[in-house]
Design a protein around this ligand. Structure first.
Ligand code: CMC
Length: 429
């Protein structure tokens, strides 16, 4: 990539130099913060197609080359060698933990997995068929009221809130799984391994025991790693913008969960599986469905395809497809749907519409099939994405709060309404 040497902008015949912000790798930035003061002009960039909202040292993506790195480590290496809690430590603290530090984090998180009785009552107050993402967002915001000692900007509060969020949202998500499947809530144990304990709370019978299938355990840990961060995506940007008002971390993450629930973001994993089922139910061939997507008249999109940043194969999608292949052949999941998904991918990848627009499968294309094979109902797919993304949200909130240059997030607009008019009394309208 060629480095920009300087940037100039000419407005009404006057040229100004715009300062450059240097990256360590990837795109440098042209700083436009003083443009309004100097020229009276604002920059326009709907959807932030070309706007860097902050500096960050957490995650790097090269969308053309299909590269994803957490704190410099390639996702493929972390997926192969690491564990989710180790990755959480890396994202939040910047370095891989020693064995002692990792054990300390696991123990601390395990000790905080129990939730206040009031949280259980709160979960029970929602309709049984409430979407778990709505309940999760509400419960996450409510954590600040049950654990006020962890609310604040000091080091102690920040560390405590980090552990509380990792621990208690895992229990809440496991409880949501129990609610969806009709089981009673069971108590977390205080000495378990994080992912094992999540699975035990989610899946055990009334005696609280669960024989964890090592294949499922490994696949779940891996999926959580793949979802752990993705730089300034919609939900993380939401967490940052809410936090920039100095709202507490629980309120900020709760808002991020709301953003994640949308079908263009994390909700795409649930939407992709519904799409596969919809194709089967309609009796359409895969080719006919692809034709409808290209036609756009019916508003159909190929869910689990396309990405704002990746313009080649999403590296997370590649790992998920590989794991889905192994897990489904070992556990005997829905092979028919997996085959249909692969056929859909094959057709799309050789079709001019998708080639031209650089649309490839993203992480959400195959995850639903995997989660299903593990025993999670469809509504739980996006909460599982949230469980994985938790360390990323926490890391970004902390990075932003620690940066003295952070300002409240407050975009400008191009006003297109009425200029000025006089009030008409009600009786005269
Ligand atoms: N199916 C059909 N056409 C598509 C798709 C798709 N999945 N994605 C993009 N396009 C078309 C779109 O219609 C547009 O066509 P045209 O140039 O003719 O108007 C072009 O490709 C560019 O699309 P865009 O919507 O302007 O691109 P974007 O960067 O704003 O949107 C996206 C990115 C992920 C929202 C979009 O690709 C999409 O809706 N994908 C389906 C939902 C999905 O899988 N989301 C998960 C994203 S990855 C995980 C995560 O971040 O949560």
């Amino acid at each position: 990539m060629t480095r920009v040497v300087d940037a100039r902008l000419t407005v009404d015949g006057t040229t100004r130099e715009l300062p450059l912000e240097r990256s360590t790798v990837g795109n440098d930035g042209v700083s436009v913060s003083t443009l309004l003061k100097d020229t009276g002009l604002v920059t326009v960039d709907p959807g932030f197609m070309n706007t860097a909202s902050c500096e960050s040292a957490i995650t790097y993506i090269d969308g053309d080359a299909g590269i994803l790195r957490y704190r410099g480590y390639p996702i493929e290496q972390l997926a192969e060698h690491s564990t989710f809690l180790e990755v959480a430590y890396l994202l939040i603290h910047g370095e891989l933990p020693s064995e002692d530090l990792l054990a300390a984090l696991n123990n601390r998180v395990a000790r905080h997995m129990h939730v206040h009785e009031g949280i259980k009552t709160f979960l029970g107050a929602f309709p049984r068929d409430a979407h778990p993402m709505a309940v999760l967002s509400g419960a996450t915001s409510a954590l600040s009221t049950f654990y006020p000692e962890s609310v604040g900007r000091g080091e102690h509060e920040t560390e405590l809130a980090t552990v509380q969020l990792l621990a208690k949202t895992a229990t809440v998500i496991a409880y949501l799984q129990r609610r969806v499947t009709g089981g009673d809530l069971i108590e977390p144990r205080k000495d378990g391994n994080y992912v094992d304990e999540f699975m035990r709370i989610a899946f055990s019978g009334p005696d609280g025991e669960l024989d964890i299938d090592p294949t499922i355990r490994k696949a779940l840990d891996l999926l959580l790693i793949l979802h752990a961060d993705h730089e300034q995506n919609c939900s993380t940007s939401t967490v940052r913008i809410v936090g920039s008002s100095q709202a507490n971390i629980y309120a900020s993450v709760s808002a991020g969960i709301g953003a994640l629930s949308g079908p263009l973001h994390g909700g795409a994993n649930e939407a992709a599986l519904s799409m596969f089922d919809g194709i089967k139910e309609s009796g359409d061939t895969v080719e006919q469905f692809v034709a409808k997507v290209k036609d756009k008249a019916e508003g159909a999109r190929l869910m689990g395809f396309g990405h704002r940043v990746y313009k080649s194969y999403d590296p997370r999608g590649a790992v998920v497809k590989d794991v889905a292949n192994k897990v489904l052949s070992e556990l005997g999941g829905n092979d028919e749907t997996f085959q249909m998904a692969q056929r859909l991918e094959e057709i799309a990848l050789s079709d001019e519409y998708f080639i031209e627009r650089k649309l490839y499968p993203n992480v959400d294309f195959y995850t639903g099939l995997l989660y299903s094979a593990m025993g999670f109902p469809r509504q739980m797919f996006t909460p599982l994405f949230a469980l994985g993304r938790m360390p990323g949200w926490i890391a970004h909130y902390r990075e932003m709060m620690a940066d003295p240059r952070t300002k409240i997030g407050r975009p400008r607009q191009i006003y297109t309404g009425e200029v000025e008019r006089d009030y008409t009394p009600l009786a005269e309208r």
